[in-house]
Design a binder for this molecule. Structure first.
Ligand code: SF4
Ligand code: SF4
Length: 86
């Protein structure tokens, strides 16, 4: 799992044990902020990792991943005072 906990910006969380290193999330990330790592998980897969910054919170990685619990995207709530009308 990524250790990134920047609560001001969206970020993906990869659950290493569930990742099968298929690479779909890497290919589908429009920001190119995911990559397959060099460390193997307990099942022998070089699981995907977040590069640490640049995630837009689009959710592509979540929707393209074939493994139900391998990736989630956390998008911080915007405080009401920061919401402005268009
Ligand atoms: S939410 Fe979008 S930008 Fe963020 S890591 Fe996933 S695919 Fe990339
Ligand atoms: S799409 Fe899912 S299983 Fe495939 S590399 Fe990304 S997190 Fe791992």
């Amino acid at each position: 799992m990524s250790d990134v906990q920047n609560k001001q910006s969206p970020y993906p969380v990869i659950h290493a044990l569930e990742c099968k290193a298929c690479g779909r999330c890497v290919l589908d990330c429009p920001k190119q902020v995911l990559e397959l790592g060099k460390v193997l998980n307990e099942r022998g897969y070089a699981f995907a990792v977040y590069k640490g910054e640049g995630c837009s919170g689009c959710g592509n990685c979540y929707y393209t991943c074939p493994e139900p619990n391998a990736v989630e995207v956390r998008v911080p709530k915007v405080p009401k005072k920061e919401i402005t009308e268009a």
